[in-house]
Design a binder for this molecule. Structure first.
Ligand SMILES: [Zn+2]
Length: 435
């Protein structure tokens, strides 16, 4: 795992002439349509994914969204592109929808200080992530290591007239956000009523009547009893969650970068707020393409705290009955733009597919070294490659791509071993990550 900004400069990527032509189309949350994807720079693709708040075991709904980032990154690399991937770690000052610090509240329940909890849960997150065979991002910036940059950014927003100070708070003024509602496809009034409902459901004292507009959010929150806090031009306090991703994505990827992704629950308010801040700070869009995975459902209900059906990777692996790659396979059993019902049958199907692919690869690995494939075998591999890329180009249709790999594994299960067939399955698995 890397960290720090220095490596941004050292990563000079391939020259323009080597940029492969892509047929990849992805569903943009902004346009709600499939769009052809072309990198903004010939030097490679820059992508940011909203990472976990490290305060509890991460649930499989969040992991489905991390898989969207992982599979997309793997497929871009399969297509010969260089990718720089950044995922934040939210480790302090995460204001929940009730404007309380969710990290600190959770830590206090376990008798821990906030920093003890986040250190423990960050390690556990990476364990879960590796169990699901999710590749290391190039940078995992931690929010608490970027507070000076956040303070600088908030000052910029104040200078631009996009933020205002009230009683130690610095609020972002959403009343002036031109693009509000574009990402979520909702009218300003609808977003206001969503926010008001959330505030009304909160406990006493969490609303902030001094705000000019119901959608205004804390860029900086004054500290009263907070465990970790920083000094700032506005007194001691801590930054709000929405400022974190905009600052860290711009720091490690520049503006405008290629892809910002997350789960559908990030669309509003989090990503709407990120877009508004970036616009106010310089006019450049933060990212060109916004991608979101839909929810994971259990018995038809989205996995979420209010539904009390949180299912975690850790919890599943600890049963001893299901392994990480099987969870990965089950979470890849529907297209990202569709909701996914997490069913035991999907886990069984993933287990069976993994066994099939592994058996096929192991059989063909015993082929004589250097022996060329027959023409028929070469044609069959080429057909599988065509079917695989056509499926992936179609908005990352992983179930269809896996179908192509399963078909060739069945068709060629009993032909004489040939190492090129094994190599083909290895190439497919660089994207699927199941073996
Ligand atoms: Zn984020």
């Amino acid at each position: 795992m890397h960290s720090g900004a220095s490596e941004v400069k050292s990563e000079r990527m391939s020259p323009p002439s080597s940029l492969p032509s892509l047929k990849l189309r992805l569903t943009s949350t902004l346009s709600r349509k499939q769009e052809p994807f072309t990198p903004l720079s010939p030097e490679g693709v820059r992508m940011y994914h909203c990472g976990p708040t490290v305060m509890e075991p991460v649930n499989i709904d969040k992991f489905r969204s991390y898989l969207l980032g992982d599979v997309l990154r793997r497929y871009l690399e399969y297509q010969g592109l260089l990718v720089r991937q950044v995922m934040n770690i939210t480790d302090v000052g995460h204001l929940n929808e009730f404007e309380e610090d969710a990290v600190e509240i959770t830590a206090s329940r376990s008798g821990l200080y906030a920093w003890e909890l986040v250190e423990q849960e960050e390690k556990a997150f990476h364990q879960d992530r590796r169990a699901l065979n999710i590749l290391d991002a190039h940078v995992y910036p931690r929010a608490r290591e970027h507070v000076p940059e956040m303070i600088e950014f908030i000052e910029k927003l104040l200078e631009a007239g996009a933020a205002y100070r009230v009683g130690g708070h610095v609020y972002f003024d959403m009343g002036k956000a031109r693009s509000l509602g574009r990402l979520s496809g909702k009218a300003r009034e609808e977003l206001e009523s969503l926010k008001e409902k959330a505030l009304a459901a909160s406990r006493a004292g969490s609303s902030a009547p001094e705000k000019r507009h119901p959608l205004d959010f804390d860029l900086w929150r004054p500290d009263a009893l907070h465990q970790i806090h920083w000094s700032s031009p506005w007194g001691r306090g801590f930054p709000g969650w929405h400022v974190e991703c905009v600052v860290m994505s711009r720091k490690y990827l520049g503006t405008t970068f290629d892809i910002h992704s997350g789960s559908e629950e990030n669309i509003f308010p989090h990503h709407e707020c990120e877009i508004a801040q970036a616009e106010a700070a310089g006019g450049e869009p933060l990212a060109r393409l916004w991608l979101h995975s839909r929810h994971v459902l259990l018995a038809g209900k989205p996995i979420s705290r209010p539904n009390r059906n949180l299912l975690t990777v850790r919890g599943l692996v600890e049963t001893g009955e299901i392994r990480g790659p099987e969870i990965r396979g089950a979470l890849l059993s529907a297209r990202f733009r569709e909701p996914l019902e997490f069913r035991p049958e999907a886990v069984d199907e993933a287990r069976e597919a993994i066994a099939l692919l592994r058996g096929f690869r192991d059989h063909h690995r015993t082929g004589p070294p250097g022996a060329p494939p027959t023409d028929a075998l070469r044609d069959r591999i080429a057909r599988a490659e065509r079917e695989f890329t056509e499926a992936m180009d179609d908005d990352l249709d992983v179930p269809r791509a896996l179908g192509a790999v399963r078909r060739i594994s069945k068709d060629l299960a009993s032909v004489a071993p040939c190492r090129e067939a094994a190599a083909a399955v290895d190439r497919f698995d660089r994207v699927l990550g199941l073996l």
